[in-house]
Design a protein around this ligand. Structure first.
Ligand SMILES: *Cc1c(COP(=O)(O)O)cnc(C)c1O
Length: 372
């Protein structure tokens, strides 16, 4: 018997890495900044919760804190189990079978997975490559000589608008800054897209705290702009699964019809409220990560690999060493490798100082061994 929907049959599931590790730099998780100290009053959170009762379905208190954190109205917010649930809800609300979802590639793999689940057609516009020189040889901006085009993973926004005009997608998904490339598209460019297409433009700002130029303050100025945010990265709370979307009241009302009641449990709500009150702690941590990111970037640039500038809490790099991820894994360091078009590329999360140092040291050893 075969009960499975056609579109699910060849769906490739999102797989997490579950190898044993000493240093985990494969999932862009933040540091545990809120519960480091076991004496912390935050540990008592659960004590005062009536967990026999359903949680506040509308998450009023949490939205108040989000409002204070990003300066938008509470009525413009929907919360849920990570921005992943937000992507799911948006597709559920707006996307019919065979409709098109337009994005750039490479980008966050969940966009195409959700598109497939909802029987939509995911279309990815290739990121830019750099060609300099006319005699067949191409010079990469990172200083390496190439015989083929060198991707710099920037985006051509005019091309996106052109393509959108041509195929009329229901949704345009922009990951800003982008995972896994770290590329940041300026706010003005996104505004240009939003103003010039007939699609819903969803801007995934999972890493925006590590960059500048959130577009979240613009949601009331457009009919077709949705911004996704999460507590998983800059707030170091991936484990509580808390994300939110911000949009104009009309869109929020529509998505609320589809949102399951009580979707966000009371413990996550409470921890989220506690965390968002600590703006200073968040900013301090973000500052620390940005500093570490630049140090890590500089150290990696000294090695014979291609390293990409990042506006996030991770760095993308390219190496010709076969199965570099496995070799690091043998030394109990986890990083992320990519298939397909990104073969040979790796993404490393900016960790704590000692983790970054150890990563660079081991990477260097592997490279030296391979080249000897
Ligand atoms: C990590 C990440 C998210 C966050 O997902 P959550 O479900 O909120 O944990 C969303 N989008 C992108 C691009 C990410 O990299």
């Amino acid at each position: 018997m075969d009960f499975v929907k056609e579109n699910i049959k060849n769906l490739v599931e999102y797989k997490e890495n579950n190898k044993s590790y000493k240093i985990k730099l494969d999932a862009n998780e933040g540091k545990n900044i809120f519960f480091e100290d076991i004496e912390d009053e935050s540990i008592n959170i659960v004590k005062d919760l009536s967990i026999n009762r359903y949680p506040d379905s509308n998450t009023e208190k949490l939205k108040e804190e989000i409002k204070n954190y990003i300066d938008v109205k509470a009525e413009n917010i929907i919360t849920g189990n990570g921005s992943s649930e937000m992507i799911d809800l948006i597709m559920k609300t707006f996307v019919d079978k065979d409709e098109k979802i337009l994005s750039f590639v490479p980008t966050f793999s969940m966009y195409s997975i959700y598109s497939q689940i909802y029987s939509a057609k995911f279309i990815g516009i290739k990121s830019n490559s750099i060609y300099i020189g006319t005699e067949g040889q191409v010079r990469c901006p990172r200083g390496t000589m190439y015989l083929s085009p060198c991707p710099d993973f920037s985006w051509d926004i005019d091309l996106l608008i052109e393509k959108a005009t041509e195929i009329n997608p229901k949704i345009i998904l922009i990951c800003n800054p982008n995972n896994p490339t770290g590329y940041l598209i300026p706010k003005n460019e996104i505004k240009k897209v939003v103003a010039n297409v007939n699609s819903l433009v969803v801007v995934d700002e999972a890493y925006i705290e590590f960059a500048d130029g959130s577009i979240v303050d613009e949601v009331d100025n457009y009919e077709n702009l949705i911004v996704l945010r999460t507590l998983s990265k800059a707030l170091g709370l991936a484990g509580i699964r808390l994300g939110y979307m911000v949009s104009n009241k009309n869109i929020i009302d529509m998505v609320n019809k589809v949102k399951p009641p009580y979707n966000l449990n009371s413990i996550s709500q409470e921890i989220g409220i506690m965390a968002l009150k600590n703006k200073d702690k968040i900013y301090e941590y973000v500052k620390e990560v940005k500093k570490e990111r630049e140090i890590l970037y500089k150290e990696m640039k000294k090695l014979p690999i291609d390293v990409y500038k990042s506006n996030t809490n991770f760095i993308l790099f390219k190496s010709n060493i076969e199965e570099l991820d496995k070799k690091l894994e043998d030394r109990e360091i986890l990083i992320r490798k990519f298939p397909g078009d990104l073969e040979g590329y790796y993404r490393v999360t900016v960790g704590e100082t000692w983790e970054n140092k150890e990563f660079v040291k081991v990477l260097k050893e592997i490279i030296e061994y391979e080249n000897s």
